[in-house]
Structure formats: C-alpha cells, structure tokens
Design a binder for this molecule. Structure first.
Ligand code: FAD
Length: 317
C-alpha cells in the first residue's frame, strides 16, 4: 500500500520507522532483532536508507596506494523485500542520485516493481566521506528532482530506451526530503523552498523532514510550505538524543539547532545513561505535541536505538 493511502485512510497520527542496512557481512537477523521490539506498534511503513560507496585507500606491498570503492551497507532493496515478507509491512526504500547511473536506477525501479514495492523516497545523497562537494555520476542525476522525473516517467510507462513502446506504467508513490532548518547548501530558506516546491510540482506525493529538536521549527516550516501552496503531507522526522557527544555531532552533521533548554538539561548529565533519559523525555514531549497538532505520521529514525523509540511510542500511544 502507498504511504499516501496509509495517510488518507488513517483516523489518527500514524507511526513509521527508519532503519539502516547492516554493515556488509552481517545477516538479516540483525535487522529483525532491531525491528522485533518495535513491530507491536504496527508501523504503517518502514524506511530503509541507501548508502553510496566510499572511496578508500588500500596500501600495496610496494607502499603505494590503490583507490578502491567500497559499499559498506549494501542491500537496501533486498532488505525492503525481506521486511515486507517477514512482517507483512510496507517498506520504503530510499533511492539516491549519488553514485548511480540512470540505467542502474531504472533497473532498481524495475526490481522494486517486480517485488511489489510501490513506495520510494527519492534523494540526492551527499558527497562521499572525505569529499567536500556532491558530484553527479557522469550518466546520473544532479538533483533529487531529476531522479524524481525518472520515476514519474516510469509511472507514465516511459523508459530510458526510446524505442520501448507500451512499457508497463509503474505506480510508485514518491516521497522527497525537506529541511525545516534549511538544507545546508541552500543560500537561504526562500531558495530552498522554491526547489522544494519544484519537487512537489514535478510529482512528489509527500515530504519527510530532516530531524529537528524544536517543534516550532517544524510548525513554522509547515506554515511556510502551506503559504507557498504546498498541500501534500509533511511527515516530521524524529531522532532520539542519547549521548552528550550528539549535542555537537548532530548540528555539525545534520545542520540542526539544539534548543537551549535541551542543551542545559543534557549538560547537567553525568553519564550518557542520564542523557538518554533526558533525550527520551524530550522526544516523548515532542511526539505528544506533534500528535496533538495533527501530524500525519511520526517518523522515527531508530538508528541503533530501538529501545528508546520503543519507550517513546509506548508512552504516546
Ligand atoms: P535536493 O532536493 O536535490 O537538494 C539539494 C540542494 O540543492 C538543496 O540545497 C536545494 O535547495 C538545492 N537544489 C535543488 N534543486 C536545485 C536546482 N535545480 N538547482 C540548484 N539547486 C538546487 N542520504 C543518503 O545518502 N541516503 C539516504 O538514505 C538518505 N535518507 C534521507 C532521508 C531524509 C528524510 C532526509 C531529510 C535526508 C536523507 N539523506 C540521505 C540525506 C540527503 O541525501 C542529503 O541531505 C542531501 O544533501 C540532499 O538531498 P535532497 O534529496 O534534499 O536534495
């Protein structure tokens, strides 16, 4: 079922989770161990992130180095199929521009269609680690909107091969990302909003936000989107804070602000166990307020912390 169908049929705020593929060499059991404690909350869908390959340098016997490409977390499509099969829940694979040619994207979309997966979250992706700027694959897409166009074309039965006539019209429900505190590369919020609006006009069905720790940022962002004429659902992305280090790592990595009250409380903590308690309580309050305000879905980035997300969802349901 499509994410938008889940939302339109819901009587109350829905729950969804996001997971990462395990590191290469690990089994699917690690995913089930992660999700098992969360499945009793009947999530409407589960997102699985996509990770591009990274450049690594391997030392040769003569002391020189070889540049090699390593994908540390492969398997997004397979994991989505496994989750759907194991839990009978809808899975949403993330698709990224970075590192992909248009042909590879088309093949991935064909696989997804054969697997009965009719949701995708289309993203640009970031630059590989240790590189400053995002560079598109020579035969790939530069921005998420270009990838979105490709999915929309397939939904209209148009494939890359121009001679292919009467191609199957896929039915992908397409999500896109947005940033209540602005994407870090955007020169200002208005420009970022303009590009978001273009993604919506090009056929995005719903939006998922970057994490935020201050609900006001989300509420203001939703208001700005509505003013700009964006009417599709805007799903808030929520992450539990569990260590003191995250107070600096999260703003640096994800370009989000930490509210002063949260910072003050975390600073009083002696151990990360105490931080986890503060973070859990913060997320409970965030979730309650978003639910009360009628958010369509609460989307939790579970990233290795299913027990915290479990505590939060248990409390608010
Ligand atoms: P875009 O929409 O392409 O925007 C990127 C930047 O370019 C923005 O600053 C925008 O304002 C600007 N822009 C857009 N269109 C144009 C244009 N035509 N001309 C000029 N500028 C333009 N990354 C992963 O690698 N894997 C994942 O699984 C993943 N999941 C994510 C899930 C969510 C919910 C979110 C919020 C992010 C996720 N990311 C993931 C990170 C994401 O790939 C990065 O934030 C990336 O830098 C931007 O992706 P985007 O799809 O928002 O890009």
């Amino acid at each position: 079922m499509k994410v938008t169908e889940h939302i339109s049929q819901a009587k109350d705020t829905l729950i969804s989770f996001e997971i990462l593929p395990p590191l290469k060499g690990k089994s699917i059991e690690s995913i089930y161990d992660h999700l098992d404690p969360l499945m009793e909350f009947k999530p409407s869908f589960i997102n699985v992130t996509y990770h591009r390959s990274e450049h690594m340098f391997k030392k040769r016997a003569d002391g020189s180095f070889d540049k090699v490409e390593i994908r540390k977390r492969p398997g997004t499509v397979g994991i989505c199929a496994a989750i759907m099969n194991h839990y009978q829940v809808d899975a949403v694979p993330h698709l990224i521009c970075g590192g992909f040619s248009k042909e590879e994207t088309e093949n991935a979309l064909i696989d997804l269609n054969f697997l009965g997966i009719d949701n995708v979250l289309v993203l640009r992706g970031d630059a590989p680690k240790n590189e400053t700027f995002f560079e598109a694959h020579p035969n790939g897409h530069r921005y998420a909107i270009d990838l979105l166009h490709q999915v929309v074309q397939m939904n209209n039965g148009i494939y890359l091969e121009e001679d292919l006539m009467g191609g199957l019209k896929t039915k992908f429900c397409i999500g896109v990302a947005a940033y209540p505190e602005k994407h870090f590369e955007a020169p200002n919020m208005q420009t970022d909003m303009m590009y978001l609006q273009r993604k919506v006009e090009a056929g995005a069905d719903y939006i998922v936000t970057q994490m935020f720790f201050d609900n006001k940022k989300y509420f203001d962002f939703v208001a700005k989107c509505r003013e700009a004429g964006i009417t599709i659902p805007i799903i808030p992305g929520l992450k539990p804070l569990t260590t003191k280090k995250q107070m600096t790592i999260l703003p640096r990595t994800f370009h989000v602000d930490m509210p002063e009250d949260l910072y003050t409380e975390v600073n009083k903590c002696k151990t990360d166990k105490d931080v986890e308690l503060v973070g859990t309580e913060w997320l409970i309050q965030q979730s309650k307020e978003l639910k009360a305000a009628g958010s369509p879905v609460l989307h939790y980035y579970t990233l290795g912390k299913p027990h915290v997300v479990r505590k939060v969802v248990e409390t608010i349901m």
